[in-house]
Design a protein around this ligand. Structure first.
Ligand code: 5RP
Length: 218
């Protein structure tokens, strides 16, 4: 199977976690796009969605799925999204699509985070994928210097402005053996909006697309 076929398979498998008449949290990226397309097929049994990016809002609306403001929700039963890397503890690196801040916000509100990923994303140690950090533009150089002190090699993602009007630093050269600790350390740097480590809010379920079928980890 191709990588896209694996992504589509896990996206379709995630539909079983969507309760009737709910508002579902929807992530961002190519795997999340397959999930949005699968959601369109069952749109008659859901009320709508909350999205983690403007791109996902547009795709949902294109399918005629109602999009709600997160501020009008107390909770969401489920949030479905991809990942750039995920480890055995279901801790993730996210933000390859620059949507990490809204992804973290929507997933914080959700009762269950269902991660959908092809097997290339499953790793034993996080960090080979450069860790995205969303930064207030005027703090770019300061934050970069602080990240170097923590052992990382930050690279400015040229030409990218997030949905929140900020920039992205991609941090190379990391081997993240204590993800929750490192997530907190990065958050302490003034000017950091969010970092792409999802260790404190890890996934509850991983649907992993493999050559031998979709495997479920909890
Ligand atoms: C976007 C993300 C995505 O979930 C992550 O980049 C995975 O993307 P894809 O499904 O395209 O491989 O965090 O900010």
């Amino acid at each position: 199977m191709t990588q896209n076929e694996l992504k589509e398979a896990v996206a379709r498998a995630a539909i079983q976690y969507v309760p009737d008449n709910c508002i579902v949290g929807v992530g961002t990226g190519t795997t999340a796009n397959y999930f949005i397309d699968a959601l369109a097929e069952i749109k008659g049994r859901i009320e709508g969605a909350v999205a983690s990016s403007e791109a996902s809002v547009q795709r949902l609306r294109g399918h005629g799925i109602a999009v709600f403001d997160l501020n009008s929700m107390d909770t969401l039963p489920v949030y479905v999204d991809g990942a750039d890397e995920i480890n055995q503890q279901l801790q993730m690196i996210k933000g390859g699509g620059a949507a990490l801040t809204r992804e973290k916000i929507v997933s914080a509100v959700a009762e269950q985070f269902i991660c959908i990923a092809d097997e290339s994303k499953h790793v034993s140690v996080l960090g080979k994928f450069p860790l995205p950090v969303e930064v207030i533009p005027m703090a770019r150089s300061y934050v970069s210097r602080e990240i170097v002190k923590l052992g990382g090699h930050p690279a400015y993602r040229e030409g990218v402005v997030t949905d929140n009007g900020n920039i992205i630093l991609d941090v190379h050269g990391l081997q993240i053996t204590e993800p929750a600790k490192f997530e907190a350390e990065l958050n302490q740097i003034v000017g950091v909006v969010t970092n792409g480590l999802f260790a404190r809010r890890r996934a509850d379920v991983l649907l992993l697309g493999t050559a031998s079928g979709v495997k479920t980890y909890k």
